[in-house]
Design a protein around this ligand. Structure first.
Ligand code: SAM
Length: 311
């Protein structure tokens, strides 16, 4: 099913909890507000089943930190369905080492591990915890469990980690990991203007060194730079109408609301009561409504080339 802007909905990004064992100062918390309920593995399974009727083929588990849920392996097992082509997870990696093999056995295909720095002091400054060593062990465990391609998410922060890009490219290239350089999104508060780092110059230098450049249309038109030794993706969401135009995701909050856009909370659709009551028709209507409410957040020039259709 396509939304009013002609965009298919392929991915469901499920935030399984708002809890996190880190406290990154810039975090957008996946745009989720505090919750009073929490979806069970069985409820998540039913939601995914209904989602497949609308074209959902890829599931991303996120949070909060998904690995703080004690039943995370059950959640992964529950959503591994024939129609689901990929189950992946975004994690801070601190709790991954012990559970990576079990997650892979349950059906997890791959992971994105968030790591903004390889420096212990900077890690503590960003996250509030001294857990860099645990993350590095988690990365090794993900590779050993074949949760590949492993991607490493690095949010660029002015004056904090911007000088570490080359070091991170070397670290990831040596291990066959793809690094994603991510532009800081404005999550409100005062941090954005202090730490926002424009990625244009970094991208230009990657372009000059790349042996090939690919644009991943299904991934919000992200650019992937193939370097002689590794791969780097650049994610620039801020004021990027092209990024929004190619968005194929719907989100699910920990308390079971469908969320059409990371950046908004005024258009959520409550899905969990339908699932709890076994009301599949109501659940289908909720999905259709959430898809109808999707619209590009950063519209800009997209207005001219991406005209809304009536549904
Ligand atoms: N706890 C998990 C983790 O650390 O990967 C999953 C949740 S975290 C919110 C998901 C991703 O969003 C992380 O890669 C994080 O770096 C990124 N992120 C958080 N706040 C952001 C912001 N303001 N701008 C850009 N990316 C952000």
């Amino acid at each position: 099913m396509r939304d009013r802007w002609g965009r298919p909905v392929i991915g469901l990004r499920i935030s399984v909890t708002n809890e996190c064992n880190l406290n990154c100062f810039y975090c957008h918390h996946e745009g989720c507000l505090n919750d009073s309920r929490r979806m069970s593995p069985q409820e998540i399974e039913k939601i995914v089943e209904v989602g497949t009727e609308f074209g959902i083929r890829k599931i991303k588990l996120t949070g909060g930190e998904p690995l703080v849920r004690e039943d995370i392996v059950d959640i992964v097992a529950a959503i591994t369905k024939p129609k689901i082509e990929e189950v992946s997870m975004t994690t801070n990696g601190t709790l991954l080492a012990k559970i990576a093999a079990e997650l892979a056995d349950a059906g997890l295909n791959r992971v994105n591990i968030s790591l903004d720095t390889l420096d212990e002091t900077t890690y503590e400054r960003i996250t509030g915890r001294k857990l860099l060593h645990e993350v590095l062990e988690g990365i090794d465990a993900a590779l050993a469990a074949d949760l590949t391609p492993v991607k490493l998410n690095m949010v660029l922060l002015a004056g904090v980690n911007e000088h570490e890009v080359e070091r991170m490219i070397t670290y990831t290239s040596e291990r066959g990991i793809i690094v994603q350089l991510i532009e800081l999104l404005d999550a409100g508060g005062k941090n954005f203007t202090t730490y926002h780092r424009n990625l244009d110059d970094i991208e230009q230098s990657l372009r000059e060194r790349a042996v090939a450049v690919r644009t991943r249309r299904s991934m919000q038109a992200r650019r992937k730079y193939i370097l002689p030794g590794g791969e780097v993706e650049v994610v620039k969401p801020m004021h990027n109408s092209e990024f929004c135009m190619h968005c194929t995701r719907l989100r699910l909050t920990p308390d079971g609301h469908l969320k059409p856009c990371l950046m908004r909370n005024d258009n959520l659709v409550d899905l969990l009561p339908h699932i709890g009551a076994g009301d599949l028709e109501g659940a289908r209507k909720a999905f259709a409504e959430a898809i109808a409410r999707r619209e590009p957040y950063f519209k800009g020039a997209a207005r001219e080339i991406c005209v809304p259709r009536s549904v």
